[in-house]
Design a protein. Structure first.
Length: 461
C-alpha cells in the first residue's frame, strides 16, 4: 500500500510539473508571439484619402500640382554661404555674397513664374501614393519641404525687387505665397501644417516690406484688395482626412486578427519611445524594452484605438469651430479637450494630439495676423490720403479704407488700435487672452504679453 501511495504522489507531482512547464512554455510563447507580431497591410487607404481630398467638380486644368512639379524641377538650390532665413538688405550690394544672391535669383525666374501661375489656380489636389504598400501615405512625387524652401526663396525675391523699386512685383511674391499656403490648407491633413507655416512666413515678410518700403496708396489698395479676397476664401481646416491617415497608421502598427481587431506591436511602441528618449546605458535600454513590452501588452486594442481616433477627430472639429476666446469663455482648453478622448492610448497621443493642437492654434494665429495685416495696410493708406492717422478702427472703416473692423480671435472685440505721437500701435491680446497694453510677449509663445503687429520691432515707421 505504501508503494502504491508513493507512486500516486509521484504521478501527481509529475503532473504538476508538466502543467507548470506547459504553462511557463505557453507564457513564454505568448510573449514571444506578442513581441514579434507584425502588422498586415490589407487596406488601400491612399485611394480613400485621395477621394476625400479631391476638390468638388474637379477639373485637371484647375489643379496646381503639375505646375508645382515643373517649378520645383526648375528651381535651383540656394548657393552655399547664403542663409536660408535672412534679409537681402543684410547683404552689402558690393559684396561677393550679394552678387551670388542676385545671380541665383535671376536663375530662379522660370520657377518663380510657374509659382505665380500655380498659385492662381483654384486648387491643389494633394494626392498620396499607394505604390509602396510598406510605406506610409506620402504625396506623389512632391516633397512638402520644397514648399517651405520656395517660401523663403519667394521672400528673397520680394525683398530684392523692393530694393530695385519694383514694389508691385515684390508684393506679388507675397500674395502668391499666401495663395500657395491657402491651397495647401485645403489639400488635406498631410499639407495643412506646411500651409500654415507658409502663411506665417508670408505675413511676417509682408509686414517687413511695409516697414522698410515706401508704397503708394494706389498699390497699397491693390494689395489690400487681394489679401481681403484671400482671407475671405479661407475656410476652417477639415480633419476628415486625418481619420483616414490615422487608420493607415494603425494598420501599419497593429496586428490584424481577421476580425477587425488586434494589438499594437511591440516594435511600434518601442520605436516611438526610442525617438523621444535615448537610454543612457545598455542596462537602461534593456529596462526600456521591458517597459515598452509592458505598455504594448496593456495597450488598448486596434478596435478601441480606432474608436478613440474617431472621438479625437470629433473633438478637433468642435474645437476648430470656436475661437480661443469662445473656448476660454466656456472654460475649455484646446490641449486638455483633445487629451480627454485619448485616455490611456499611448499610441495615439504623440501621433494625433500634438499636431492637432498645433494646427488648431495656428489657424487662429494666422487669422489674427491676416486681419492685422489688412488693417495695417488700410491705416497706412488712410495716412497717405488724409495726412493723419485714423482716430479709431471705426473711423477707418467709415472712410472706406477697410471693409470691416478686424476682429481679434483672442478677445471679445476687435484688434486693439491706438494712435501714438508719431504713428500707431495695433495688437492682439494673443495667447493669454488679456490686454497687456501693447506690451509684447517677453518669454515666448503662450506666455504673458500681446502680439504687437505694428510698429515693427526693427523699424518703428
Amino acid at each position: 500500500m505504501a508503494g502504491k501511495g508513493l507512486a500516486k504522489r509521484r504521478r501527481i507531482i509529475l503532473a504538476i510539473w508538466v502543467v507548470l512547464v506547459a504553462g511557463i512554455g505557453y507564457g513564454v510563447l505568448s510573449v514571444v508571439w506578442f513581441a514579434t507580431g507584425k502588422p498586415t497591410i490589407s487596406v488601400d487607404y491612399a485611394s480613400q484619402y485621395n477621394e476625400q481630398v479631391r476638390p468638388l467638380q474637379f477639373d485637371p486644368n484647375g489643379d496646381a500640382v503639375p505646375d508645382y512639379r515643373e517649378a520645383f524641377a526648375k528651381l535651383p538650390k540656394i548657393p552655399d554661404g547664403i542663409p536660408l532665413i535672412g534679409h537681402v538688405r543684410d547683404h552689402d550690394p558690393s559684396s561677393v555674397e550679394y552678387r551670388i544672391l542676385t545671380s541665383w535669383l535671376a536663375s530662379c525666374e522660370d520657377a518663380f513664374s510657374l509659382f505665380h501661375k500655380a498659385a492662381a489656380k483654384p486648387y491643389f489636389w494633394g494626392r498620396v501614393s499607394s505604390s509602396d504598400p510598406n510605406a506610409p501615405l506620402s504625396l506623389e512625387n512632391l516633397d512638402l519641404n520644397t514648399f517651405l524652401d520656395a517660401s523663403h526663396y519667394l521672400c528673397y525675391e520680394a525683398e530684392y525687387l523692393a530694393t530695385q523699386d519694383a514694389t508691385a512685383e515684390a508684393f506679388r511674391c507675397i500674395t502668391t505665397l499666401f495663395r500657395m499656403a491657402g491651397q495647401l490648407d485645403d489639400a488635406g491633413s498631410r499639407c495643412l501644417s506646411v500651409g500654415q507655416i507658409m502663411a506665417m512666413i508670408a505675413y511676417i515678410r509682408a509686414f517687413d516690406l511695409l516697414a522698410h518700403t515706401n508704397v503708394d496708396s494706389a498699390l497699397l489698395g491693390e494689395v489690400q484688395c487681394q489679401l481681403e479676397g484671400i482671407l475671405a476664401a479661407r475656410t476652417e481646416p477639415s480633419f476628415q482626412s486625418d481619420q483616414i491617415v490615422l487608420r493607415d497608421i494603425v494598420q501599419r502598427s497593429f496586428t490584424d486578427d481577421g476580425k477587425d481587431n488586434g494589438h499594437v506591436t511591440f516594435q511600434a511602441i518601442h520605436d516611438y519611445f526610442r525617438q523621444t528618449t535615448k537610454p543612457k546605458s545598455e542596462l537602461a535600454a534593456d529596462m526600456a524594452c521591458i517597459q515598452h513590452l509592458y505598455i504594448a501588452w496593456h495597450h488598448p486594442s486596434r478596435r478601441e484605438t480606432i474608436q478613440t481616433a474617431d472621438r479625437l477627430m470629433e473633438a478637433a472639429t468642435q474645437l476648430i469651430r470656436q475661437t480661443p476666446w469662445e473656448l476660454h469663455a466656456q472654460g475649455l482648453d484646446c490641449a486638455d479637450r483633445l487629451a480627454e478622448p485619448l485616455g490611456g492610448n499611448a499610441f495615439l497621443r504623440p501621433i494625433a494630439e500634438r499636431p492637432l493642437t498645433w494646427e488648431i492654434n495656428n489657424h487662429y494665429r494666422i487669422i489674427a495676423s491676416m486681419e492685422a495685416l489688412i488693417a495695417t495696410i488700410g491705416i497706412l493708406r488712410f495716412h497717405q490720403d488724409k495726412g493723419t492717422w485714423p482716430a479709431s478702427l471705426e473711423e477707418l472703416a467709415a472712410a472706406g479704407h477697410i471693409r470691416r473692423i478686424p476682429t481679434d480671435p483672442y478677445g471679445d472685440g476687435p484688434l486693439v488700435y491706438r494712435r501714438t505721437d508719431s504713428s500707431f500701435i495695433l495688437y492682439s491680446r494673443w495667447y493669454d487672452l488679456d490686454d497687456d497694453g501693447g506690451v509684447s510677449d517677453k518669454r515666448g509663445p503662450g506666455q504673458d504679453g500681446d502680439e504687437v503687429f505694428w510698429p515693427r520691432k526693427e523699424n518703428k515707421k
